[in-house]
Design a protein around this ligand. Structure first.
Ligand SMILES: [Cu+2]
Length: 158
């Protein structure tokens, strides 16, 4: 019995080592996201716009969302997939947001928070073009994004 237990433990140890080696190799192989501490990206919401940095470097990112406006605001961060920011906004205006979002991948979403509140989440961002969008409705029912509440973010590899 004790011998059986020992060999099983040993096998688990080898499996763990093999896994470590595998993932370690994978990390070194792709340099999509630099190995660094998460950077903090502050994003504030107002009527009806976002304030945030224009450009950040790729990698782990802490999104710190602050509602500095008078209405509720949410924050969706989508990565454009094969379209420029101009094409994305053009498609939004011509065909609607649902159609425009087909050429994006959502990377982060924080649900609506009230005035003075904050929200936070982690995202691992690869280089590319991104857009912040708020679709919380105004009192008359218009989504904030349709009032211009979007912002382009460029994530660079250097
Ligand atoms: Cu909003």
């Amino acid at each position: 019995m004790p011998r059986c237990l020992t060999s099983r433990t040993h096998l688990l140890g080898i499996a763990a080592l093999a896994l470590t080696a595998f993932w370690g190799c994978g990390d070194n192989g792709s340099s999509e996201t630099p190995d660094r501490e998460p950077i903090v990206l502050e994003v504030s919401a107002h009527e009806y716009y976002f304030l945030a940095a224009e450009t950040i470097t790729a990698g782990p990112t802490t999104l710190l969302f602050k509602n500095e406006g008078q209405e509720d605001h949410e924050m969706a961060l989508v990565q454009l997939d094969g379209v420029s920011t101009e094409e994305f906004h053009g498609r939004w205006h011509q065909e609607g947001l649902v159609s425009a979002l087909e050429s994006t991948n959502e990377r982060a979403y924080l649900e609506a928070i009230g005035p003075g509140e904050t929200g936070q989440m982690e995202a691992d961002l690869e280089d590319g073009e991104y857009v912040f969008i708020c679709q919380t409705p105004t009192p008359d029912g218009t989504p904030h994004g349709d009032k211009g509440m979007t912002k382009v973010l460029t994530v660079t590899s250097e």
